[in-house]
Design a protein around this ligand. Sequence first.
Ligand code: HEC
Ligand code: HEC
Length: 292
Amino acid sequence: MGNRNAVLAAVAATTAALAIAAAGLAAAAVFGGWYDVAATQQHWKPTYAVLETAMRHAVKLRARDIAEPPLADEAMVLRGAGCYRDKCELCHGGPGVAPGDPGQSMQPLPGPLVDARRHWRARELYWITRNGIRMSGMPGWEFRLRDQELWEVVAFLQRLPELAAPQYAELLGRAPPSPACGPEAQRPAVPPVTVAAPAPPDVERGRRALNQHACNACHIIPGVTGSNVYVGPPLEGIASRQFIAGTLLNSQDNMVRWILQTQQVKPGTAMPQLGVQEHDARDMAGYLATLR
Ligand code: HEC
Ligand code: HEC
């Protein structure tokens, strides 16, 4: 009996010592600056394998229930091709077209998407394009492209594996000119929807939109993770302030105006206009209105 207790005590002591040593190593890696964050260094092969595997399974799980629209329509493929040229070629390149500087020197490297159809179902490509891949540099396009445009890019990715360089060039020759997608793009007229009161802002979506439009690159915003930056004023308590940037009376409509037309409202201010769509601005204003 006494013997067994002694063994248990030794095991417990060893476990505790190992845990303390592991915590010490982790602290040294974080605070001692051991981990080399240079993008010119490759990931260690096992690190890369773990990240890659986790990413593949995460995407498959989350895309499981997405319904796919028909994707074979030629007009859809063409619009998707134009959008790919405008938004994706910079990093992923295309048949016969090298990626731009960022795409050639990021870590991990954005691959050419000519084989994406073999690894991913259409709904998974849609999920990746819409949401991006955190910690890899793949941006999420939910707040930059219309839902229809996301599917058009996916339709184009279905065609991409069949294109050699001349066919790719030929397809782009028939694709709409830049900007082929996003808020500035001309879209075929959509039949007007019956006029209804604007939907109330989606506060949670607004919180994500603030991050997706880089507002937290300059502002500390409660609820939005970011560094402690003071390029713009912290937005804590913004809902209780009388004026926006000292010029506009603080209301939800004026907040939307500030976000969409910053430079008209206050010419020369250091805050840039970030190409936000109006409904995103409404959701952001909805979230900012909760910061009392
Ligand atoms: C700023 C650079 C950048 C831009 C722009 C970009 N991507 Fe990516 N993309 C990446 C990076 C980095 C990865 C991750 C590569 C990895 O994890 O191995 C990636 C991964 C992907 C993947 C997964 C590839 C695979 O098989 O693992 C898809 C699909 C994808 N991107 C589609 C797109 C589409 C569509 C667009 C345009 C709407 C786009 N990307 C724009 C950088 C970019
Ligand atoms: C490049 C930095 C930068 C970015 C990015 C930025 N802002 Fe600003 N913002 C500023 C600066 C600087 C001011 C102060 C402007 C002034 O008073 O002229 C400001 C002011 C504001 C104010 C008024 C604050 C107050 O105390 O009156 C709000 C609200 C605001 N920004 C929201 C946003 C939102 C929402 C976004 C994202 C769409 C954003 N900002 C992106 C720099 C930035």
